[in-house]
Structure formats: structure tokens, C-alpha cells
Write a protein that binds this ligand. Sequence first.
Ligand code: NDP
Length: 455
Amino acid sequence: MLEVRNPATGAVIAALAADTADTIAAKVQAARQAQPAWAALPLAERKARLAALGEGLKASLEELAATLTSEVGKPLQQSRNELNGTLARLAFFLEHVDAAVAPETVLSEAGLEERITQEPLGVIANISAWNYPIFVGSNVYFPALMTGSAVLYKPSEYATLTGLAIQKLAVAAGIPAEVFPVIVGGGDVGQLLLEQPLDGFFFTGSYGTGKHINQQVAGHLPKVQLELGGKDPAYVTDDVADPAAVAAGLADGAFYNAGQSCCAVERIYVHTRVYDAFVDAFLKEVAAFKVGDPTAEGTYIGPLTRRAQLDVLDDQVADAVARGATLRAGGKRIEGPGAFYAPTVLTEVDHSMKVMRDESFGPIIGIQRVQDDAEAARLMNDTAYGLTAAVYSATRDRAEAILRDVRTGTAYWNCCDRVSPRLPWSGRGHSGVGLTLSHYGIKAFLHPRAWHLRG
Ligand code: NDP
């Protein structure tokens, strides 16, 4: 049995029957049987059904947002934002899938044609995180279903009600339940899924679990994609025109969704010439955040989805302060039944501290003074992760020169914590392998087949 709790109140809001080894095996078998017929439908037909799912999402937006907020605790407006963003991603995939699956003739001469066709991967697993459950799940199931694969969707145990609601809409839109089954349960149930000889495993979550999955499934050589965590840095140079505006943008990048974003700004470096002005403005922004009931309009920071993360944040604050950091805001839990943590700002930090090295995944940020661009670039690269990095500067050339040497999948100039359906989403190092989104993120679900045709 899987109990679902509301992290804002601690109350149990649902109890669901979890999958077992037997039910998972039955779902895999049903998916294997149903997938060829799904793949045989004309692309236009699969697209029409995915588009109908989009209509269903749009029509149920308020209800889905309420469900999402009730189980992950993100403020209602941020749940709505996630759903609206998901519709934009679906529109991108619908527009670009035809080009991605189009066959190519790469050589045509007397007696010989060389041709490439695209085939679906087959039956794949989508093991997904809870922080943006609809975004990270649909980055996989939209293009995979559209191109003819079947997807066993394992939402995080913290976002199962949302996963089930979306699957219900998918079935109502004409997507067979057998090609898009939900696997219900926690990490132990995810583990059972790894024992199935599937054609692909697409995972979003932590480095530790990603590495484990990679090792576990390696034996039967499936396609594996891992979208993992980050310790994303931002650097504010000394030529920014308006440090207060930069502070507002970076405070949002660090604290949106209570900092529980893979691409949240997790550490900030500021050139010594603008450091004081930046920190003052940043603290004002943070003091203005409305923290509390995620269903109340205007709330910006809700509870943490996973109560256990409160211990990680307490530990990072204690470690930083013990090593000489100054606590400028927050630094403690907010009393009550919910898993709330006060938005926290630490200055006088350095890389001996966990808060500057380990993923925080919560409403906490360290701000470090630097002397020049070279020091900033060195510190930005001082991590095993490599998801995103941001540079704020009046000069694009200066920002690009710094970012060229920082090893990440995504580079931001004068922006942060941003994902576009048109651009590939990928990580380096401990941030993962493979990618989603963009036209590459459609091809990720296709197997190109080579044809040598003589005659
Ligand atoms: P976890 O690694 O704890 O879990 C991710 C998924 O894996 C969940 O569905 C989880 O199930 C499942 N799982 C856990 N153990 C196993 C196992 N042994 N076998 C198979 N599946 C298992 O990550 P979180 O849910 O805590 O997500 C947060 C992490 O995700 C952060 O590190 C964040 O940075 C990263 N992330 C990365 C993104 C990116 O695009 N790069 C986007 C979003 C998040 P259950 O939850 O039920 O235990």
C-alpha cells in the first residue's frame, strides 16, 4: 500500500495499492503485445490522440493543479505554470515530430540507394522525479508515445496521484491503457521494474539512484538516459547595470518551487565591486517572499515535498556556520505539521562547506565574493555536476568567454533556471547522460535503421 501525504499539513490524503513483481510483469507483457499495433497507426492518428490529451489537460487544468499542489506542496500558481508549460512542450513535439521521423535518402546513384528510416524504441520505462512531475514525465512520454513506443510510467511516490490523473486523461484521449500503464509505488517498486528486459530506461532523479539504475540494467544493454541533479552556479560580474534587478532574477532562480528544481541556482558568485549592493538587494527580495499555505493565492514558497530534506538543510546550515559562514536569513524549520523551511541566505561561504558543494534541493543559497572572472570560472567548475551555469554581465562576449570554459549542458547569459522546449536538456558529469527536449529529444526515442538497397 502506498500512502500519499500532503506535505503542507502532514495529512494522509490517499492510500493506493502498489504494484508487485507480478502486476509489473503483466503490464510489461500487455505493453509488448499492444505496442506493435500502436506503432502501426499512422503518425497523424497518434498525434491526434496526443493532441486530445493536451485538450484534456487544458480542460482539467485547475483540478490537476490542485492535485499536484496537494501531494507535492508547490504553490498553486506554480502548479498552473507547470501545466501551461507542459502544453507548450506538447505543441513543440506535435509540430516537429514529422520531421524527426521522416525517412532520408542519403545516397541515390545507379544501382544503389542508401536510406535511413526511423523506428520506435519499443517498450520503455519512464522513472520520474516529483519536483516537476508533469514536465519531467512528459519530456519522455509525449515524444515516446508519439513516435510509437509503449511507456511504463513510474511516477515518483510523491507525485502518483498526478501521474494517475494524467494517464486517465490519456486513455480518455484514445491512447490504449496497455501502451501507457502507470506503475504505482516507491523506490522498491522502481527496483522491480529494473528487472524487466525493456528496450529503454529513461530516468530523472538523483545521481545516486541514476548510477544504481545504470549498473542494474546494464546486463541486457537497453538504451539508458539519466537526467540527474545539479549544483548550478551563477556569477554576477562587475559590469551589471542594475545589481538589484539581477538579485531579483537570481532570487527567483534560487527559490522558485522552494529551490526544488534540478536547474535551481544553488550557489552564487559575485564580483567584489558589486557584492555589497547585490547582497543587500538579494536579502530584500528574500524577505518579501510569502511563505506558507500553498493553496493560498500569492504564496511563493510552500513546504518541501520530502520531509527528510529538512535534515539535509539543517546539516548544511550547521556545517557552513561552523566553518565561518554568516547566516543572513532563515536557517531553520518553520514550526508546525508541514515540512516548511525558512528561505535561507548564507554569505562568507567557501568551497570547504557542504552548501557550496552538495545539492541542497531546498530554499537555501550561499553567496560568495570573488575577485575576478578567472576565480569565478574556477569555482563554477569545482563540482562533479554539470547541468547549467549562468553569467550576468552587460557584455555578451565576456559572458560567453566565461561560459565556454564551464562544463555544463546549458549556459545562460542574463537569465537562469529556464528550460525551453526548443533546446536540448542535458547534463555533463554527475548531471547525467542523454537528453530530452528539442528535435534531438524526439530522436532520442527513435532507432535509425540503415537500408542498403541495390537493384
Ligand atoms: P530519486 O533518485 O530519489 O528518485 C527518482 C525516481 O527513482 C523516483 O521515481 C523514485 O521512486 C525512483 N527510485 C528510487 N529508488 C529506485 C530504485 N532502486 N530503482 C528504481 N527506481 C528507483 O530522486 P528524487 O525523486 O528525489 O528527485 C530529485 C532529484 O532529481 C534531484 O537530484 C534533482 O536534481 C533531480 N532532477 C533532475 C532533473 C533534470 O532534468 N536533470 C529534473 C528534475 C529532478 P520514489 O520517489 O517512489 O522513491
